[in-house]
Design a protein around this ligand. Structure first.
Ligand code: BEZ
Ligand code: FE2
Length: 411
């Protein structure tokens, strides 16, 4: 049993409680949080450590959406417009995945861990990332992807999905959880989607799906026109949208789903997402680089959509640092009150991410897994209510990292 004491504890519960001069007592689980004096008096036999001045304790971060298999991209893909980017992904897929060795993937995981990310939702297109995800101490929710719009190929695509999914299922551990990804409404045939979702339902697995990332997707699904229509002719000269946006969302009624992006989702679609108890993953830097616009956070909040945060892959980002992602979000949503936005982002990157992934993590409260990070601020704000904002502004990496109570040496 250990007790860590610090100047600030960010509990990251719904109320976003902040404890000044507090601490955490834990073994594999969090046993108690509270004021330092109370913990010291109660846990006399614990190994006690007072962290340096200006330290902040909080739950490990959750990067709810990443593609590790595109980790070799630096300048191979075309940025600026979603359709141009998608075309470049299709044409460079082999080249990029060929360069993505286990060493490249492990390096990405190591970097994220160093930053203080203790849980990821990783979409796997090919299965190249499985070994590294099993080996890492990071908690991985491993979303095995189903993609393909050609109706004639559904059986083969489903067979390929099953072989990757069942391999992941065989490898399940406490920190490696198989899950299911339906790529998107424009790229995954609904029959294929239904089949993989039946497996997710049966296994109680989490699901992720890209949804309404770009205006091109909106136009294609709503009116079968635009640049995405032209692009879809590559797969089928008589291609038509395979689903409406609402029909697509309804496929996920009984599964725990994270919808990635949702920048172009309408109010009724956002309401359906929240009504189905699903969540949205906000990836602001990916959206900026692919020219898809910014999620309207206020509209999402009005629809009561749980908001989580992700970096997306190096296919649409410059790094996988979730602190950089939060800073980018702060600079993106300029009409939002800054302090409130900082709290929303820290919750998205902790409790909301963990909840959406179905994990007992992301909050420093008794009974949750002891995934804890310690940060050290250069300077604390004079107004304690600004601590969330300054934690985001000042942090690049974590000083100390614990996963299920076990310290990870931060090299
Ligand atoms: C397909 O495999 O059918 C597909 C992939 C990406 C975008 C659209 C369709
Ligand atoms: Fe993505």
């Amino acid at each position: 049993m250990r007790v860590l004491l610090s100047d600030f504890v960010l509990v990251c519960n719904d109320e976003f409680d902040i404890i000044k001069d507090g601490g955490v007592c834990f073994d594999e689980k969090i046993l108690e949080i509270g004021n330092s004096d109370v913990l010291l008096a109660k846990y006399k036999n614990a190994e006690v450590e007072k962290l340096p001045k200006n330290s902040v304790l909080m739950p490990g971060l959750v990067n709810a959406h990443v593609h590790l298999e595109f980790g070799a991209n630096v300048a191979t893909l075309k940025y600026g417009d979603f359709m141009e980017w998608l075309k470049s992904v299709i044409s460079s897929r082999e080249e990029l995945s060929g360069k993505c060795t286990e060493a490249v993937i492990s390096a990405s995981l190591e970097k994220m861990l160093k930053d203080g990310v203790t849980t990821i939702g990783a979409v796997s297109s090919f299965g190249l990332d499985m070994k590294a995800c099993i080996k890492t101490p990071l908690n991985t929710v491993y979303f095995v992807e189903a993609i393909g719009s050609n109706p004639a190929a559904i059986d083969a695509l489903f067979a390929d999905f099953k072989s990757r999914y069942y391999e992941a299922k065989e490898a399940k551990t406490n920190s490696f959880t198989p899950a299911v990804s339906v790529h998107s409404p424009y790229s995954t045939h609904p029959i294929l989607a239904r089949r993989v979702l039946d497996i997710a339902k049966n296994d109680g697995a989490a699901v992720s799906a890209h949804f309404m990332e770009s205006a091109h997707e909106r136009k294609w699904l709503d009116s079968a026109s635009g640049a995405m229509g032209e692009f879809m002719k590559n797969f089928n000269p008589r291609a038509k949208p395979m689903t409406t946006a609402i029909e697509f969302l309804e496929l996920f009624r009984d599964v725990k789903t994270l919808f990635i992006h949702a920048v172009w989702a309408r109010d009724d679609e956002l309401k359906l997402i929240s009504g189905q108890k699903n969540a949205v993953v906000h990836c602001p830097r990916s959206n900026a680089l692919l020219g898809t616009g910014a999620l309207d956070i206020k509209r999402a909040q009005k629809a009561l959509v749980p908001l989580t945060l992700g970096t997306d892959g190096l296919s649409s980002n410059i790094n996988l640092n979730l602190w950089d992602e939060m800073r980018a979000a702060l600079f993106t949503h300029q009409t939002f009150a800054l302090g409130g936005l900082a709290v929303l982002l820290l919750k998205a990157a902790t409790c909301e991410g963990a909840k959406a992934l179905g994990l007992n993590k992301g909050v420093l409260e008794s009974g949750f897994d002891a995934d804890i990070i310690a940060l050290e601020l250069a300077e604390v704000p004079c107004d304690i209510s600004d601590i969330a904002l300054h934690t985001i502004l000042q942090t690049k990496t974590a000083r100390r990292i614990f996963i299920s109570g076990k310290e990870i040496q931060n090299r």
